[in-house]
Design a protein around this ligand. Structure first.
Ligand code: AMP
Length: 375
């Protein structure tokens, strides 16, 4: 029997880690990526050209049996072209909704999932009005193409309205959200199988530094069962509504009044990298299992686990590996400011010990990370 080949749109680190997880399951991979020396190179053929021509996309479609994607800023037309010819998981709807913050908000509202109050902004006057109706501060965001805090303006008082509009107006429509005074940021990653089965990982606490994920801790400490269950209900209702198959991420704020949804990603996620060593079956393996129509694996996390992102500059490999039980993942990328180059996973018997390990790792990184939160 020939091996099932999964075609991945994108050849970054997420595609690479999907292939690293799927290869032992006798799955083969192909990638569509304009740069041939991408992180996934070496784990399967890389299709695509600098122009991302439709001819190269068609050759890619010919090369695999079933398709997925590893990032969401891709033209919906590409995935529609794939879906017209071959199975694609997650489907076009999951991608289209996650690309548009307004559509996401409408989905949250329809499914009774709490999220920040917002207004759609098409003019400077709309923004001025939103400052009155929603109150200040406001987080003004582009509706499409935003990631890692890019395309955002924190509007603190009305004298900044013109500046905010000058910065983002060309990308209108925008969305203005009330500022949430959250206790912390949490995410949940779930995987839905082709048979509708769901597997949810424990809630993960995420700490950002300069708008980029710095580190994650799972299971997030001090999470009551009712919070975990609420997050599972929210993500299950989103996945069902979208007919989603594969990994799905829901980013949330934890507030005094409970969870508020911020955004979704129809894919494996940086805040789930800890699952490679920290869960019985990683987000990457579960995602490719779902895409291949295989049963899902256990999402149990036996020990407190942390993931630290390596940003901009590589640490010395030997320094990290000298730390007991530190797992190092380099993505094969060249150094550039703000670029995610790899990550480190740490496990410990207790959260307290994990925090101490995080502090030690922080001291070995050439670029500062957000300091672990002491509890
Ligand atoms: P996003 O691109 O929506 O994930 O936003 C990037 C970051 O901005 C989030 O991780 C939060 O730290 C912050 N942020 C986004 N929206 C809000 C909001 N409505 N209130 C407070 N902080 C926010």
């Amino acid at each position: 029997m020939s091996r099932l080949r999964i075609g991945v749109l994108g050849g970054g680190q997420l595609g690479r880690m999907m292939a690293l997880a799927g290869t032992p399951l006798d799955l083969a991979f192909a990638f569509y990526e304009s740069t041939p020396d991408c992180p996934a190179a070496g784990l399967g053929p890389v299709f695509g050209d600098a122009q991302n021509s439709s001819a190269s996309l068609d050759t890619f479609i010919d090369s695999a049996d079933v398709f997925t994607y590893e990032f969401e800023n891709i033209p919906v037309a590409w995935v529609e072209r794939i879906a017209a010819r071959k199975p694609l998981y997650p489907g076009v709807k999951s991608l289209a909704v996650s690309q548009n913050r307004l559509h996401e908000k409408q989905l949250f509202a329809r499914l009774n999932i709490p999220s920040a109050r917002y207004a759609e902004i098409r003019s400077e006057a709309d923004l001025r009005e939103a400052a009155t109706t929603l109150g200040l501060p406001l987080v003004v965001k582009t509706v499409t193409m935003g990631y890692d805090g890019k395309g955002q303006f924190l509007l603190k008082d009305t004298t900044q309205v013109s500046a905010a509009w000058a910065q983002l107006g060309a990308q209108a429509p925008l969305i203005a959200e009330e500022f949430i005074h959250f206790k912390r940021e949490l995410s949940m990653i779930a995987v839905r199988g082709q048979d509708g089965s769901m597997a949810c990982y424990p809630l993960t606490e995420n700490v950002h530094h300069r708008g980029i994920l710095s580190h994650s801790v799972a299971p997030a400490p001090f999470v009551d069962d009712d919070i975990q269950l609420a997050a599972e209900r929210h993500i299950a209702s989103i996945a069902q509504d979208l007919g989603h198959v594969g990994a799905l991420t829901l980013e949330m704020f934890e507030t005094r009044h409970g969870l508020m949804a911020n955004e979704t990603a129809p894919r494996v996620h940086n805040s789930g990298h800890w699952t490679i060593e920290g869960a019985h079956c990683s987000q990457f393996e579960n995602h490719v299992r779902a895409v291949a129509g295989l049963p899902l694996g256990s999402t149990t996390c036996p020990q407190p686990t942390a993931m630290v992102n390596i940003i901009g500059e590589h640490p010395l490999k030997a320094d990290i590996l000298a730390e007991r039980d530190a797992h190092l993942h380099f993505y094969g990328k060249t150094e550039r400011e703000g670029r995610k180059l790899g990550h480190i996973t740490l496990r410990a018997s207790h959260h307290h010990e994990l925090q101490a390990r995080l502090q030690k790792i922080a001291a070995l990184l050439p670029n500062p990370m957000a300091l672990p939160v002491e509890r």
